[in-house]
Design a protein around this ligand. Structure first.
Ligand code: IDP
Ligand code: MG
Length: 144
């Protein structure tokens, strides 16, 4: 099975009407979207998804932001898609993200940095089921 990763267009990306621009960049790389939905974080999902950051000084601001409005959640599939998506996204701080990356071209703030991508296969395996049931995913390697 090809590798899978969780991608979120964060509330700033939805508000700024960058959904199409962000998806265009991912699809043009020939990554496959195998699941997609608009959804809103609640408090519990924020704490689960960002469990590694709960308790850090920036977490209250991150949590307020991620629950502030709807997100687009997606599962992408493709060869080495975890590192590939991370490269397309760019550095966590948009100031340090290279031009050509999503954060490098389109964002300026560390909290409001437009997009999330899983950082490892273990993380992807933890994150994907928080947003999608198996029935909501349409793998490119399945017959339909
Ligand atoms: P990532 O999104 O590039 O994987 P992480 O370190 O996993 O970065 O942090 C998750 C999110 O938390 C970041 O995307 C960003 O929105 C926010 N964040 C991370 N570090 C900071 C910080 O030092 N100040 C403010 N927000 C931060
Ligand atoms: Mg991360």
């Amino acid at each position: 099975m090809p590798e899978r990763t969780l991608v979120l267009i964060k509330p700033d990306g939805v508000k700024r009407q960058l959904i199409g621009e962000i998806i265009r960049r991912l699809e043009q790389k020939n990554l496959r979207i195998i699941g997609i939905k608009m959804m809103k974080f609640d408090s519990a999902l924020a704490d689960d998804h960002y469990s590694e950051h709960v308790g850090k000084d920036f977490y209250p601001a991150l949590k307020d932001f991620i629950i502030s409005g709807p997100c687009i959640a997606m599962v992408l599939e493709g060869r080495e898609c975890i590192i590939t998506v991370r490269n397309i996204i760019g550095n966590t701080d948009p100031v340090n993200a290279l031009p050509g990356s999503i954060r490098g071209d389109l964002a300026l703030e560390v909290t409001q940095n437009l997009i999330h991508g899983s950082d490892s296969s273990a993380t992807a395996e933890k994150e994907i089921p928080l947003f999608f049931s198996p029935q909501e995913l349409f793998s490119t390697s399945s017959p339909d």
